[in-house]
Design a protein around this ligand. Structure first.
Ligand SMILES: C[S@@+](CC[C@H](N)C(=O)[O-])C[C@H]1O[C@@H](n2cnc3c(N)ncnc32)[C@H](O)[C@@H]1O
Length: 267
């Protein structure tokens, strides 16, 4: 697997895993997402001896789970642009290999994996189609890709957002990629086994709302860093208004649709 691209891709994902704050946010994400992901891994039949790739592996909870499931005869390749939180895992688990690099510029070994998985990664990448093509080529015959990525279609349809919610709509407007995943996989010769689309509203006072409050805090920090003048103050006001909505158990609004797609490379 090659290292980072000589020319880095445009950065649509400005958060950096190495900060303490981002470590907390990634843990919250794992707490919200892992139970569902693990149920899907079970349904897919991930088993001892499998060779797995976790792309955009973040803080590594799924790498740890896969490492235990596939055992000594299997392997887990964990890839991230910012792999600091994964290295300790590689030290502890002999079947884990960590690769630090930008997925946009990296090659994956052809015909190697029984499973390639992403969660909340491709939706942020300008090169997502190319990464999917590389993931497909990296599958052994009969191997499976499983993508869990978010689309902003429900929020994009909101016509008159309440004060503060415009901020969430702006995030969601960028997320348009996941809806095209099934035709993309079919065009690559994959057999799409299942697509599950869940459009859950964003509801105040829930663990998901807590995650978004924390994320908005990170975004506000970045905004202040980028523009300490007028724009920063506007962003702070929007974040405060949205935080109040997220604290309110009576608040509910359309936000995102989670696309979970699994597809098999014909044997
Ligand atoms: C929202 S986090 C998701 C982390 C993990 N998949 C999870 O669900 O717990 C997105 C991850 O993708 C990584 N990432 C973003 N852009 C990347 C790129 N171009 N190449 C490799 N990794 C990237 C980030 O460093 C981060 O770890």
């Amino acid at each position: 697997m090659d290292g980072p691209a000589p020319a880095a891709a445009p950065d649509r994902y400005p958060l950096r895993n190495s900060t303490e704050r981002e470590g907390t946010r990634l843990s919250m994400l794992e707490g919200l997402g892992d139970p569902v992901t693990v149920r899907w891994f079970d349904r897919i039949g991930v088993a001892a001896g499998w060779h797995c790739a976790e792309l955009g592996a973040g803080a590594g909870s799924l790498v740890r789970w896969l490492s235990e499931r596939v055992g000594d005869g299997g392997s887990v390749t964990a890839v991230d642009r910012d792999a600091g939180r994964l290295r300790a895992l590689a030290g502890r688990c002999p079947n884990v290999t960590v690769v630090e690099g930008d997925l946009c510029g990296m090659d994956l070994p052809p015909g190697r994996f029984d499973l390639v998985h992403t969660r909340s990664v491709l939706m942020h990448l300008p090169c997502a189609d190319a990464v999917v093509a590389k993931a497909v080529a990296a599958l052994a015959p009969g191997g499976v890709v499983f993508f869990e990525e978010t689309d902003g279609a429900p929020a994009q349809a909101v016509e008159d957002p309440p004060p503060g919610y415009g901020l969430m709509v702006r995030f969601a407007t960028i997320w348009r990629w996941a809806r095209g995943l099934v035709p993309l996989l079919e065009s690559l010769g994959m057999e799409v086994v299942e697509e599950d689309v869940r459009a859950d509203p964003l509801v105040g006072g829930t663990p998901q709302a807590e995650f978004w409050k924390f994320t908005l805090g990170s975004v506000a920090q970045l905004g202040r860093g980028a523009d300490a003048s007028a724009g920063g103050a506007d962003l702070d006001r929007e974040v405060a208004a949205m935080t109040a909505l997220l604290d309110d158990p009576d608040f509910s609004a359309p936000f995102t649709a989670r696309h979970r797609v699994r597809a098999r490379r014909p044997a």
